[in-house]
Write a protein that binds this ligand. Structure first.
Ligand code: 13P
Ligand code: SF4
Length: 313
């Protein structure tokens, strides 16, 4: 189907069915353009909590749609491609995490939102990259903490907070393969440029970064920064919103180690297309469902996060 026809069909179905299209900043430009709401993982969860739509179409990875369903069980939650997973969530199988938690019974379990519902059900409090530091710091100083699954975010928060944290050894395949050498070479070519990075990047890259933050925090930073050039070490889908908000500024995507691949892009996030979004709205499939007893356990840990971060957008 022609792109313009696809877009008008999506718009027609969205209004006929009282659906809301939510998209993460890593989505392809066309999906960000047509979405009712674009945000980071915290903002998507906050939106899911307050929407009055009958259907939520979540254009992001599976754990984001699952989180929306956990928060809003009375809405039908759809995802254009159900195969849109997350390497970081996959690096933390629930059975192995459960054994780890059981081996450290005196610890509070803090999990990054990039996890399955089963892992969230084993968790005391969920965090995202927007609120991880604030939530860890809200815990009593002497509290022993298990943090999973991202080792880079975990170590970053541990170094900032000085808390007693046992960190799961998981990582995101996209953020771990940015080339520090190539980024430093780019910095030589663009000496005015600032390096900005998502906290899922390796520590060596975070150490040379001028600013570290979630996708929303990175976007807010480039808007207020005085410099006009940035080397952006996160999935390059975020450049769409940065360029939209700051038309006069230059954004250089951080290159991957292997020049022959596009592995600085998240293939999972990019599985959704206008065509799949249209079919998903038309057929109301694939639907995201969560077992009710697991949902209730997972909701507690997500709700704690939403309550603490009520002021963060
Ligand atoms: P944000 O919390 O910035 O949305 O990041 C989510 C994510 O998957 C990063 O890879
Ligand atoms: Fe998961 Fe990494 Fe993709 Fe983010 S970029 S959704 S952490 S695989």
């Amino acid at each position: 189907m022609d792109k313009e026809v696809l877009k008008s069909e999506i718009e027609r179905l969205r209004s006929e069915k009282n659906a809301v299209i939510m998209a993460h900043y890593y989505q392809i430009d066309e999906i960000q353009e047509i979405a009712d709401f674009v945000g980071d993982s915290l903002a998507l969860a906050q939106q899911a909590a307050k929407t009055d739509a009958d259907i939520i179409v979540l254009c992001g990875v599976h754990f984001m749609a699952e989180t929306a369903k956990i928060i809003s069980p009375d809405r039908k939650v759809l995802i254009p491609d159900a195969e849109a997973g997350c390497s970081l969530a996959d690096s933390c199988p629930a059975d192995e995490f459960e054994a780890f938690v059981k081996a450290h019974p005196d610890h509070t379990v803090v999990s990054y939102v990039n996890t399955s519902a089963a892992v969230k059900a084993l968790t005391d409090i969920v965090v995202t990259s927007s609120n991880a530091l604030q939530i860890i710091e809200s815990l009593p100083k002497e509290e022993k903490i298990i943090f999973g699954p991202d080792r880079n975010l975990g170590n970053y928060i541990k170094s900032l907070s000085g808390r007693d944290m046992l960190i799961w050894n998981g990582a995101c395949h996209v953020h771990e393969q940015f080339s520090l050498q190539k980024i430093l070479a780019l910095k030589k070519q663009h000496p005015q440029a600032e390096i900005i990075a998502h906290p899922e990047c390796k520590q060596a890259l975070l150490t040379v970064s001028d600013f570290i933050g979630s996708t929303s925090a990175l976007i807010a930073y480039v808007q207020k920064a005085e410099v006009r050039e940035f080397i952006v070490a996160t999935e390059p889908g975020v450049l769409f919103e940065m360029s939209r908000k700051c038309p006069g500024k230059k954004f250089i995507p951080a290159p991957p180690d292997d020049a022959s691949c596009a592995c600085n892009e998240c293939a999972f996030m990019r599985m959704h297309s206008l065509e799949k979004l249209y079919r998903c709205l038309r057929d109301e499939l694939p639907e995201v469902l969560v077992d009710e007893s697991m949902r209730q356990k997972a909701l507690k840990s997500i709700q704690r996060m939403l309550d603490i971060s009520a002021g963060i957008k």
